[in-house]
Design a protein around this ligand. Structure first.
Ligand SMILES: NC(=O)c1ccc[n+]([C@@H]2O[C@H](COP(=O)([O-])OP(=O)(O)OC[C@H]3O[C@@H](n4cnc5c(N)ncnc54)[C@H](O)[C@@H]3O)[C@@H](O)[C@H]2O)c1
Length: 302
């Protein structure tokens, strides 16, 4: 049996994730779902052509609910990105995406799907909680991409600021995948040295602005983003399918607050194997509270 990944919503994010999973040889089989039948057919054909000449071939099926139960991972990336055109907060997509959850959660439940559900759809921390509640999937088996993308963007900004490759920057962006996200400077290191040590408040503020602009610059240019998030979704999917036990900042369930929020988590075949208690500075504790309150407020709007 090969590794089978389902993707619902094959717009910019879903289709790029499918392509990334193929090119990195992470999945053996894909099942694509979208309310737009033409998109599914077109993407299947394009993805088949996109792997001609590759050493292995990924089988791809479309809009077949009978395939859902046998998916090892199901990626939820349905939405309507044009609602965020003009630079609106990700919250603006909620009135649309909550309905997609209400449509799909019963189908996922009825299918007997027993794999890991990875949610990308915005607002990420709110949608993943709603999906968990409506599907009833165990909380370790459903989580969101959370601040994995924001962490990559922070690494880009800090790397560029210090003339170092982003892969050599360690550390995390935590909490909401949204406006209240927080660069945990106490965790950000290059060659084990804390980057924030000795930095002026102006330089820190500059790097924070650069990290946050790393996303909006792309969005304002093309009105969607796809490669960065597809890379994170593929990396997380690989960690699940290979039982890799890697630590990635994702939107994981917080028992203390009873909600999903971006934090480092150990990811393997059973989904989230554990989260980590972080030693937080006073500022970081305040930022946690701000994010928790914002996520609660957004959830209340459902
Ligand atoms: N978490 C992150 O870091 C991150 C990053 C980028 C985008 N996103 C989010 O991912 C989602 C997708 O972004 P995109 O750029 O691909 O959007 P998009 O508008 O290009 O594509 C969304 C797709 O979902 C499909 N869809 C909508 N309603 C559906 C339904 N009821 N059933 C099945 N399919 C349905 C649409 O037909 C479309 O093909 C958005 O919510 C976006 O905000 C999250």
């Amino acid at each position: 049996m090969g590794k089978k990944v389902g993707i619902i919503g094959v717009g910019h994010v879903g289709s790029t994730t499918a392509y990334t999973l193929i090119q990195k040889q992470i999945a053996d089989e894909l099942v694509l779902f979208d309310k737009n039948e033409k998109i599914v057919e077109a993407e299947i054909n394009d993805l088949i052509q996109g792997q001609i000449g590759n050493e292995s071939t990924v089988r791809i099926k479309g809009n077949d609910l009978s395939q859902l139960a046998s998916c090892d991972v199901f990626i939820f990336s349905a939405g309507k990105i044009e609602l965020l055109a003009g630079g609106a907060d990700r919250f603006e997509e909620l009135s649309f995406t909550k309905k997609v959850v209400e449509e799909w959660a019963p189908k996922i439940k009825a299918s007997g799907f027993n794999g890991i559900l990875l949610s990308v759809t915005n607002p990420c921390d709110v949608i993943v909680r709603y999906l968990q509640e409506l599907t009833g999937l165990p909380k370790n088996k459903i989580f969101g991409t959370g601040t994995s993308l924001d962490t990559a963007r922070m690494k880009q900004a800090v790397g560029e600021g210090f003339g170092v490759h982003p892969n050599s920057v360690k550390g995390y962006v935590l909490w909401e995948h949204g406006e209240t996200q927080f660069i945990a400077w106490s965790t950000v290191r290059i060659a084990e040295q804390q980057v924030a040590n000795g930095l002026s408040a102006e330089k820190i503020e500059y790097l924070e602005k650069e990290a946050s602009a790393a996303g909006s610059r792309i969005f304002l240019g093309k009105i969607y983003t796809c490669y960065g998030i597809a890379n994170q979704a593929a990396k997380i999917t690989k960690a699940i399918l290979t039982d890799a036990d890697v630590v990635i900042p994702v939107s994981a369930y917080s028992e203390s607050e009873k909600l999903y929020i971006g934090q480092p988590a150990l990811i393997g075949a059973s989904g989230i194997k554990k989260t980590f208690d972080l030693t937080l500075t006073e500022d970081e504790q305040l930022s946690w509270r701000r994010s928790v309150e914002k996520i609660k407020e957004m959830y209340a709007a459902i």
